[in-house]
Design a protein around this ligand. Structure first.
Ligand SMILES: C[S@@+](CC[C@H](N)C(=O)[O-])C[C@H]1O[C@@H](n2cnc3c(N)ncnc32)[C@H](O)[C@@H]1O
Length: 212
């Protein structure tokens, strides 16, 4: 009986760990943007409880009146929370390489009655914004699926204001997620310095400013 209970508990745990390990190995060699049909799957109730969108916006240092860029918004759940945080005096821009993600952001923002989001199709390697435009740039579960993070980070450096914040959040069950030490090394090599790290081993956010 005891053996059966142990098996019932262990089987799903071993299955999930094996799946994540396999996914990590595959993603290490083949990087591509998350397929559009996964957008709702990754904003499941469990994740939203662990990484609440409103709380994430506050953690990222987003304040009323700011001009903020969300890179890789997916279905826009975190974008909408950030747009609510900047309020009517602020502006939220979102860019995604996948046009159907941008359609989702526009549709979901309209359904939520949020009117201060401008969502465009663009590649993080070549963003359609002037130098030093943004107070805050956010990337949530995005950097790990970008094949050349150094190019993406150089673009972020260009469009971030001198005293702006680059806020990156990772969730370790994402097969593309980066360990905190790896993330810090990569971002600091691109001309940033870490200002703050919040969270725990499962979910964390790192805030960076431009190196002076
Ligand atoms: C895993 S999803 C994260 C979605 C959302 N931030 C979240 O946490 O729910 C990654 C997103 O990054 C976008 N993306 C991937 N490569 C990109 C690139 N080179 N430029 C812009 N967006 C990109 C994908 O299309 C996708 O919407």
């Amino acid at each position: 009986m005891l053996k059966r209970i142990v098996l019932i508990i262990l089987t799903p745990i071993i299955f999930v760990i094996s799946w994540l390990l396999l996914a990590r190995i595959v993603r290490h060699f083949y990087k591509f943007p998350m397929p559009e049909f996964m957008a709702d799957f990754i904003t499941n109730p469990g994740r939203l409880k662990m990484q609440p969108p409103g709380e994430t916006a506050v953690r990222h240092g987003i304040q009323p009146g700011m001009t903020v860029l969300d890179i890789g918004p997916g279905n826009g759940t975190y974008t909408i929370a950030a747009a609510r945080q900047v309020g009517p005096e602020g502006k939220l821009f979102a860019i995604d390489i996948e046009p159907r993600m941008i359609e989702r952001v526009q549709k979901n923002a309209a359904a939520a009655g949020v009117g201060n989001i401008e969502a465009r199709v663009a590649d993080v390697y070549d963003m359609p914004f002037d130098d030093r435009t943004f107070d805050v740039i956010t990337m949530i579960a995005v950097l790990g699926e970008i094949p050349e993070p150094d190019r993406a980070l150089a673009e972020c450096h260009r469009v971030l204001q001198l005293d702006g914040t680059l806020a990156i959040s990772e969730i370790m069950v994402d097969p593309d997620s980066k360990r905190p030490s790896t993330l810090r090394r990569e971002v600091e090599a691109a001309g940033f310095q870490m200002k703050e790290k919040v969270g725990n081993w499962l979910i964390y956010s790192m805030l960076f400013g431009k190196k002076r």
